[in-house]
Design a protein around this ligand. Structure first.
Ligand SMILES: [Zn+2]
Ligand SMILES: [Zn+2]
Ligand SMILES: [Zn+2]
Ligand SMILES: [Zn+2]
Ligand SMILES: [Zn+2]
Length: 616
């Protein structure tokens, strides 16, 4: 009988294993024998390892049953191979756990493999080193770091006593602020020093010369260009020397931009310009133009409560696109455009726009010099006469919304969202309103929202001078005023000197007094005739019906002791006195409280209002 030759080798998944961890060890066989079975015995130190599992990994194995394949207590086992063959390669694997208290050094796991029932036994082994899990103590400093030197520290494993060392970074200096030890001058450099508060180490630095500073009398003797410094001569304001200094380089002198790459709808373009002095070229990228979807078809028109659909072809590149237009309403007549989010207005809402007022200041003739004064005096007389006579004609009519007090040029619109029944609907969000800028209106255009109580709220606006629009947003659609804030409400803005004004006032009063005297004199005669016909009592009642000014005058002239008339006479008297005081600009005159109590009556301008500026 001729025996073949066999050899075995073993290898582990890891040769250094920590306590508590597992390791698998494999056995490989190489043989020329044809066998029908294999036997294996494993030897390992029970102080180091404990059995976890094992498996025959040889091809075509036939299990002998549990406890027979491998007996962990005996440390051996066997397997049958069917059909009989040469079992080369990996045949067996055992997994061992390193014990928690295993000694911290190497131990062998050895195998004996019996090849066939009658065959030889081959031996192999592998060394496994048990390593420590290290339980480190705290760091202790071996050497302290200084400002510039590193330090060292150490820690010890409480299990195996292994020491581990590491460095501690140097602390760096703790410097003071820089102290100047020598001031820099126009031409000489200065010096500064700082000191470390820990080690006392110092650091020095040089401060560059400040350079001369020329005063306003400096002469530029050579203009700077983008490539060459210029020169200026004058007296230094610091050191007093007569000096010539170099001036900074000038900016490049670029020509027009040239398009290098034309931007398209989707691609960036490029342009450049060149300095005419040094030829420096500056290049800039331009943004893609974006598609122009201005030409297209409205598939679904937008309403104030639903979005619309617009299909278009780019006018430049022909790309087709569809655009969802927001919930909006465009009023053809006024050009007012409203835009909002979905769900702000209930389904079925309709917007109604009505122009309430369009007010512009009257166009006035441009007058100069004496013409202007004559016109002003005429206006002033008209105003004064109407004041004395109580005639309110000529005074600005106050609209319900009081916008005329803010501007003399404005458009007033009623913009409402209503339901089928024409009732205003609840607005659950903001509406962005865009108004066309009326002619003559500029950047200083305001938009006021006015609620049902007449309360005005100035809305933040965006004025687009290019498109000539003004945009504002509002939580409520009701009444809106677009006001030109450059067109202020008219005031009696007379610019004639105060003295001229006093003369006019005086003349007017004189005129009134004469007029009253003449009128009273005439009435006196009339009354004398009437008195002859009627009793005094009759005459008194008739006098009571006469107008205020005439009555007043009559009383002073006749000193009539008619008791029933006295109260009315007295009030008329004080009213006239106030008017005169006011007209004469008497600072001490008691102002009429009556005017303050009736706010809806436009306040009559006082002399201070009219001449406030020319007086100062
Ligand atoms: Zn350790
Ligand atoms: Zn230091
Ligand atoms: Zn100097
Ligand atoms: Zn240049
Ligand atoms: Zn395009």
């Amino acid at each position: 009988m001729v025996f073949g030759s066999s050899g075995a080798s073993a290898w582990a998944t890891q040769t250094t294993v920590k306590r508590g961890e597992s390791v698998s060890v494999y056995v490989n066989l190489s043989t020329t024998e044809t066998v029908s079975g294999l036997g294996v015995s494993v030897g390992y130190d029970r102080a180091y390892f404990e059995y976890e599992s094992s498996a025959w990994t040889v091809a075509n194995k036939v299990s002998l049953g549990e406890g027979k394949d491998f007996d962990p207590v005996l440390g051996n086992g066997a397997v049958l191979i069917s059909p009989s063959s040469k079992p080369n390669g990996e045949i067996f694997c055992i997994t061992l756990r390193v014990k928690g208290d295993a000694p911290l050094n190497s131990s062998a796991v050895s195998f004996g493999v019996k090849v066939g029932s009658e065959g030889e036994t081959v031996y192999t082994s592998v060394d496994i080193t048990v390593s420590c899990n290290h339980s480190w103590g705290g760091w202790t400093t071996i050497s302290e770091p200084t400002c510039t030197e590193i330090g060292q520290q150490e820690r010890v494993c409480s299990i195996c006593g292994t020491r581990q060392q590491s460095y501690i970074d140097a602390k760096g200096h703790d410097y003071s602020d820089w102290e100047t030890t020598k001031e820099a001058s126009c031409t000489e450099s200065g010096e500064q020093v700082r000191t470390c508060s820990v080690c006392g180490g110092t650091q020095a630095r040089t401060v560059a010369p400040l350079g001369h500073t020329l005063g306003d009398d400096a002469n530029v003797t050579k203009e700077a260009t983008c490539v060459e410094h210029g020169e200026a001569t004058g007296t230094c304001t610091v050191c007093g020397q007569s000096v010539t200094i170099s001036t900074p380089l000038a900016a490049h002198k670029y020509g027009d931009w040239y398009t290098i790459i034309q931007a398209t709808c989707t691609e960036k373009g490029e342009r450049e310009h060149e300095c005419s002095v040094c030829g420096h070229v500056e290049r800039q990228k331009s943004l893609p133009l974006g598609h122009d979807f201005s030409q297209g078809t409205v598939v679904t028109p937008a309403t104030i409560y639903s979005t619309g659909l617009f299909e278009a072809k780019c006018t430049r590149c022909g790309v087709e696109g569809s655009i969802i237009s927001p919930c909006s309403y465009n009023d053809e007549e006024t050009g007012i455009y409203l835009e909002t989010e979905e769900d702000v207005f209930p389904v079925g809402s309709v917007v109604k726009v009505k122009t309430l007022e369009s007010v512009r200041p009257e166009e006035k003739e441009v007058k100069t010099g004496i013409q202007k004064y004559v016109a002003q005096i005429t206006d002033y007389f008209k105003n004064l006469i109407s004041r004395f006579s109580g005639n309110k004609q000529g005074q600005a009519e106050v609209n319900d919304y009081g916008i005329d007090k803010i501007s003399s040029s404005y458009d007033l619109y009623e913009i409402k969202a209503v339901n089928n029944d024409g009732d205003m609907v609840q607005q659950n969000g903001k509406t962005v309103l865009t108004f066309k800028l009326p002619e003559g209106f500029g950047r200083n255009t305001a938009v006021y929202s006015i609620d049902e109580k007449g309360i005005k709220t100035e809305l933040p606006v965006k004025v687009d001078m290019e498109k000539r629009t003004v945009t504002a947003s509002s939580d409520l659609l009701y009444v809106f005023a677009v006001a030109n804030m450059d067109s202020l409400p008219e005031k009696n803005d007379l610019s004639m000197p105060a003295i001229l004004h006093y003369i006019i006032e005086g003349l007017l009063l004189l005129f009134l007094i004469i007029a009253c005297c003449v009128s009273a004199g005439r009435r006196k005669k009339l009354k004398a005739v009437k008195r002859a016909e009627k009793t005094e009592k009759d005459a008194e009642s008739r006098v009571g019906v006469e107008s205020g000014i005439e009555d007043t005058h009559q009383q002073t002239e006749e000193a009539k002791p008619a008791i029933p008339d006295r109260n009315s006479d007295a009030s008329v008297n004080s009213s006239l006195r106030d008017e005169i005081n006011e007209a004469l600009g008497d600072q001490n005159a008691v102002s009429k409280p009556q005017e303050e109590q009736v706010p809806e009556k436009p306040k009559k301008p006082t002399l201070d209002d009219i001449f406030g500026e020319s007086k100062k």
